[in-house]
Design a protein around this ligand. Structure first.
Ligand code: EPZ
Length: 431
């Protein structure tokens, strides 16, 4: 498996451009199934998870052409001929389960492998399934697959059945459930309201894409999304540009906070990660927006201050940036406490960070961080995508050499990660 070798303590400076958002692109690719005509997506990041979603769609006989140099993905869903998402791909990437909503809409039925949990938690989809049932579908589990269909009798007689609009109250503002149910409701008969919906900016991006296809949808980005079913979507061709990746932006902002001298993070939209930027400012880092889509960051000479963090669904502190801000707090003098409220097991990286000299104790959902003067390089592992990025940041600020293993996790979600860091002055290479 590939790894990174990092020689730490280099100053980062200059400009880095953030790529398209992984957690928007994957859903909009799935939503393209709903279109009758060609869909052109721009600013699609060239990352492993996008390649996996391309594979998933190809197994459904969707035709795709990914121009990786220009980040343009052409999707032709007109020949789609299957409603089954295969086990090996859903196992590889749980976001594959997001083809369920569009396939249920397209065919009136879907067969999707039960997505496994992952390192950070059980990652259930009960909220998705409950919502599908409220839209009139029937779910049953067989041989590791979830079978879900609208009125099976109607399908037998007329070959197709539509879902019926409903008022759905989510038990938890699950992003995946909100997205899957939006895609299941856009062609359902009548009106649907999704209450206690997730409000992340990636939900707004999906709602905007669905509207571009002709869906009648309002309230995307609020906790109550209203949808009126339509009979056709995406006739003619559709052209859509994916939003920039807020989590990649936060990752580079944290890297600059650790070792930066005037780093310009381009396509970092301050108000998409407002609370994260506020916390970075509270710690004492020089950070400010420059125009609508750039954030400038420098590590000042002065002593930094500890802060407490509680992760929550948007607009709360994003759980995906919890590991990276923990690295920054691990070298800030004083006591900082991080509380992880979204996932049950998102502190796996702490053990690796402590092997680099950090002083962090886990107490249930809390990480109690006593800042140390300096981390020291060591061989460490990437346990998942964001934990892996955190280990790279730790290597950048540590004294000596750090080897990060299992970087395939990182390559799932960061486009040209080490090349972008090298351009800023980091001493990092792939082995
Ligand atoms: C999305 O996952 C992101 N992934 C995750 O990013 C992110 O951490 C997460 O949202 C939270 O912000 C993608 O968008 C591909 P949820 P998702 O449904 O949709 C529980 C990354 O690093 N839950 O909001 O799966 C679930 O177990 C990844 O890019 C249920 O119990 O998140 C979790 O504890 C990691 N039942 C919590 O809700 C359900 O039916 C949040 O899940 C659904 C979710």
């Amino acid at each position: 498996m590939p790894g990174y070798v990092i020689n730490g303590r280099k100053t980062l400076t200059g400009r880095v451009k953030i790529s398209g958002a992984k957690n928007s692109a994957l859903k909009i690719m799935a939503a393209a199934i709903l279109a009758d005509g060609l869909v052109t997506l721009r600013n699609v990041p060239d990352i492993e998870d996008v390649n996996t979603m391309v594979e998933v769609l190809r197994t459904l006989n969707v035709r795709l052409d990914f121009d990786k140099n220009n980040n343009i993905l052409e999707i032709d869903p007109s020949m789609i001929n299957s409603y089954e998402a295969p086990y090996e791909l859903v196992r590889k990437m749980r976001a594959s389960v997001l083809v369920a909503g569009p396939l249920l809409t397209k065919f009136g039925k879907v067969k999707v492998a039960i997505p496994g949990g992952c390192n950070i938690g059980a990652r259930q989809i009960d909220i998705h399934l409950k919502g599908f049932e409220e839209l009139g579908a029937k779910n049953y589990i067989e041989h590791g697959y979830i079978n879900c269909s609208a009125d099976i009798k109607k399908i037998k007689t007329s070959g197709k059945a539509n879902l019926k609009g409903a008022i759905i109250n989510l038990d938890f503002p699950s992003r995946g459930a909100t997205e899957n149910l939006m895609m299941a409701a856009v062609m359902a008969e009548g009106h649907t309201v999704i209450n206690n919906a997730a409000c992340e900016k990636e939900i707004v991006d999906l709602a905007n894409f669905l509207s571009t296809l002709g869906a009648e949808i309002e309230g995307g980005g609020t906790d109550s999304i209203k949808i009126t079913g339509v009979s056709k979507l995406g006739s003619g061709s559709t052209d859509y540009t994916i939003m920039p990746d807020s989590i990649e932006a936060g990752t580079f902002i944290a890297a600059a906070a650790l070792c930066g001298k005037k780093v310009e993070v381009q396509d970092a939209v301050w108000n998409n990660i407002e609370i994260f930027c506020q916390k970075i400012k509270e710690i004492g880092i020089d950070i400010s927006p420059a125009g609508g889509r750039t954030v400038v960051v420098s590590r000042p000479k002065k002593v930094l201050k500890p802060v407490n963090i509680s992760t929550l669904p948007y607009p709360g502190f994003p759980t995906d940036l919890q590991p990276v801000i923990a690295v920054l707090l691990s070298v800030v003098p004083g006591l900082s406490i991080i509380t992880e409220n979204v996932f049950e097991n998102r502190f796996m990286y702490v053990e690796e960070l402590n092997r680099m000299g950090a002083n962090i104790k886990i107490d249930g959902h809390h990480a109690v961080i006593n800042g140390v003067k300096m981390l020291s390089g060591a061989p460490v592992k990437a346990f998942d995508l964001r934990a892996g990025a955190a280990m790279v940041l730790a290597g950048l600020v540590a004294e000596g050499t750090t080897e990060v293993y299992d970087i395939q996790h990182i390559q799932r979600g960061y486009e040209n990660f080490h090349s972008k860091l090298r351009v800023l002055g980091a001493d990092i290479s792939v082995v």
